[in-house]
Design a protein around this ligand. Structure first.
Ligand code: DPM
Length: 323
């Protein structure tokens, strides 16, 4: 008699941040897995991270070592949870020993978007009045906007998406720049006034994709996660992350990217900028899609040869003296 060996179904615990956006993303992962594996049981465990607790300090000043991920990683390593759902752009390029990215999901539109105060409902970046106050705490967005639109004022903004939009509508800012993906997932796509083209804003490494982090040797979880994996997104994000890792940029440096994958080819554009947007190096390279890390490293080398290193050193000295 032959029998098929099936690993016995069990309870899987999924770690998530508590923000509304994080929970929307985690519920999508849970529901997708539940559809594919009806005999398994999935449960979400909410975990609060340092980035959720410190809401009044600019992200770049808190330091970037796993701001939104560390507590979730600890809960996977201790066995309290089996995997965590992150916005991939918040996941460090160096993962703690024993953990891996089990899969990368299909990317939502990775662009940045302009959201304006209702009084500016007919305006875009090109037409907003001189001196308009633009809210962002991303050094990447700040540098690129300063470069193209020096006539604006820029002001830090923190808090989750709900808080940010309330601050905008209350009149503290004329406009905000946020990720298109986050706005769409929250159901606020209609507030997008302008989708920023790559000529104006290159996106953050991994923006718009989810990264699922689990134990490196987990024979039950790793196969489950494969139903969520999206190959073109994975190839693009592997190249982007290799580029960032090679430049030793954390998630709080003015580094932007743009990737295109077509048939067998992958094209990566990368930018390293000073915070004031005055000095920058930008280049585009293509290579075989099956070797994404090699492409990311090659582009990092190219940008270093054009002066990226000294731009980054200056930023590290400026942003991190308090550490
Ligand atoms: C990281 C940055 C920001 C987040 C820096 C950057 C934006 C901070 C800000 C690494 N993480 O993008 O240059 O604008 O003040 C974050 C958002 C999302 C994931 C919100 C956003 C949703 C989009 C996604 C915060 N992390 O970028 O508007 O899933 O990629």
């Amino acid at each position: 008699m032959t029998t098929t060996v099936v690993s016995s179904p069990r309870l899987v615990r999924i770690g998530s941040r508590k923000s509304q956006l994080a929970l929307i993303q985690t519920h999508w992962v849970k529901d997708t897995l539940q559809t594919h594996f009806p005999e398994w049981q999935f449960e979400i465990q909410e975990v609060s991270t340092k980035g959720d607790k410190i809401l009044d300090v600019a992200l770049s000043k808190i330091g970037d070592k796993g701001l939104f991920t560390k507590e979730l990683e600890t809960s996977i390593l201790s066995g309290e949870t089996d995997f965590a759902v992150h916005s991939l752009k918040d996941v460090q390029t160096h993962l703690p020993e024993g953990l891996t990215l089990g899969c990368i999901t299909e990317r939502e539109d990775p662009s940045d978007a302009l959201v304006v105060h209702p009084k500016h409902r007919d305006l875009q970046l090109e037409t907003l009045p001189e001196g308009a106050v633009i809210g962002t705490s991303s050094l990447r967005r700040l540098a690129q906007l300063r470069h193209h639109f020096p006539q604006f004022q820029f002001k830090d903004i923190r808090g989750n998406l709900n808080t940010r939009l309330s601050k905008l509508d209350a009149g503290e800012y004329d406009a905000l720049v946020l990720a298109t993906s986050g706005l769409k997932r929250m159901g606020w796509g209609e507030r997008i006034q302008q989708t920023l083209s790559p000529d104006i804003s290159l996106y953050a490494v991994g923006q718009g994709a989810l990264g699922i982090e689990c134990r490196s040797e987990d024979p039950d979880i790793l196969p489950l996660l494969q139903v969520l994996a999206h190959t073109p997104t994975t190839l693009r994000c592997r190249a982007e992350r290799a580029f960032l890792k090679d430049l030793e940029g954390g998630c709080q440096v003015p580094i932007g990217v743009h990737t295109v994958v077509s048939d067998q080819n992958l094209t990566l554009t990368g930018l390293v900028s000073s915070i004031d947007g005055q000095r920058w190096v930008k280049d585009t390279l293509s290579g075989p899609a099956q070797e994404p890390e090699a492409l990311g490293q090659r582009l990092a080398d190219h940008l270093r040869a054009q002066g990226a290193e000294s731009i980054l050193q200056e930023i590290f000295a400026e942003v991190r003296p308090q550490l």
